[in-house]
Design a protein around this ligand. Structure first.
Ligand SMILES: [Cu+2]
Length: 419
């Protein structure tokens, strides 16, 4: 009986082992690596919808050679109803989200201000940004805009595939310093760093070898125990010790002096908050008022619907052209189409439907809007069902007869429907 039970367990273990092994083999054989999500999908949907809204994104190129540059530019709105879970962006940093320095960032600007350091942003403000990137590592890379907020983490913008061709060995990052020298940052001082580290490392090893030539542990231990400790260090040892001590001090002095002579002008690391940047001097919110009366999304589903009360305060007819949330652009094809090569997986060219498209000057209307696309599911906005704050936010773009856009923030409770 015991024996039979033992056999039974062994068989079961073998069976599970076989299943597990097959699964491992199968998954590795059928696994086709795709480069798709890069962190943002895993972030809480309500945080992505209620923090930074990136819009008017333009990528000047999507294929460059090594050393060639391209620019990522656009605007972002810092959402008014900023979530509690993220600190307000009073110390934040404009970044590019990419797998290491596949491109190097030559410049970055917000509202025309050079921003190599952290900056403050105002809630409710619209900002314009531009980054110039230089191709470095060949490959196809998904490059995101990214705002790092101190006390909040990375807020990831839309990502676009950029292909870099050529050979990384050709990459050069030339900079002319204020003393008139042009250096290549890619290789600058590498020899000096390696040289000095190697020198001191070898000296340390030599010091140990000097002592380790002789038996190290047991014989020494026994002689110390026997009260013969002084015999362990010979007169020659003492000479070498003094020689090394003096030598090290002299080399440090020499190194210091020669570095001073070679680089007489040096400055400390430039750091510190660049202060709060004023938002763009445009008050979109005074042009249209939008009040979300209710908003729902289907679970499971690919649609978000909302009923919004809209008032047009301008003296022109405005048309609803787009709803943008979490980087996904739901477009009303009658009014607006994308000509910027916006990332396909985030673009729903005909994703927006509404009960009324145009709003007359001064008119107040209640409009039912529905935004539908696979992106709602693929980008895991539908995962707002798991979030502790079921609220959404986004920008509705109104278009005037001349084609100008007016981005108006909307947001509020987002209630799931299950039937
Ligand atoms: Cu990505």
């Amino acid at each position: 009986m015991e024996n039979m039970k033992g056999t039974h367990i062994t068989n079961r273990a073998k069976k599970w082992l076989a299943i597990g092994f097959t699964a491992v083999i199968a998954s590795s054989v059928f696994y086709i690596p795709t480069v798709a999500a890069h962190g943002e999908k895993a972030q809480a949907a309500f945080l992505r919808m209620r923090t930074i809204h990136w819009y008017d994104m333009v990528w000047s190129k999507d294929t460059i050679a090594v050393n060639e540059t391209y620019t990522i530019s656009g605007k972002f709105r810092v959402f008014e109803d900023w979530p509690e879970a993220v600190e307000v962006p009073h110390v934040s940093f404009l970044n590019a989200g990419q797998p290491g320095p596949v491109t190097t960032r030559l410049t970055s600007y917000i509202n025309g201000m050079f921003v190599p350091r952290s900056i403050g942003l105002e809630l409710g403000g619209d900002y314009e940004f531009e980054m110039t990137m230089q191709g470095r590592r060949p490959g196809t890379w998904h490059v995101h805009t990214l705002l790092n907020v101190q006390g909040g983490g990375p807020l990831i913008g839309p990502g676009k595939y950029i292909t870099i061709t050529g050979d990384m060995a050709d990459f050069e990052n030339k900079v002319t310093d204020l003393t008139g020298n042009t250096v290549n940052l890619e290789t600058m001082a590498t020899g000096t760093v390696i040289g000095w580290h190697l020198f001191w490392y070898v000296l340390g090893i030599a010091w140990i070898v000097w002592w380790a030539r002789r038996p190290m542990f047991l014989p020494r231990y026994m002689r110390v125990e026997a009260g013969e400790a002084n015999d362990l260090v010979t007169a020659q040892d003492k000479k070498v010790t003094i020689g090394v001590l003096v030598g090290v001090l002299l080399i440090v002095l020499f190194g210091y002096k020669s570095a001073e002579e070679k680089f007489p002008v040096t400055i400390p690391l430039q750091a510190g908050l660049l202060g709060t940047i004023e938002p763009l001097p445009v008050d979109y919110n005074s042009m249209v008022s939008a009040k979300v009366l209710k908003a729902n999304y289907r679970v499971p589903g690919r649609t978000i619907t909302m009923t919004v009360e809209l008032t047009n305060h301008t003296d022109q007819v405005l048309s609803i052209g787009e709803f943008n949330t979490g980087g996904i652009r739901f477009m009303n094809a009658n009014v607006r189409s994308d000509d910027t090569g916006y990332p396909e997986e985030l673009l729903a060219p005909e994703g927006l439907e509404m009960s009324q498209q145009d709003i007359a000057p001064g008119e107040t209307v209640v409009v039912d809007i529905s935004a539908t696309d696979a992106a709602w599911e693929v980008q895991r906005m539908a995962d707002v069902i798991y979030d502790p704050d079921s609220r959404f936010a986004g920008l509705i773009f109104f278009i005037d007869p001349e084609g100008n856009e007016i981005p108006i923030p909307v947001g509020g409770p987002l209630v799931p429907t299950f039937v």
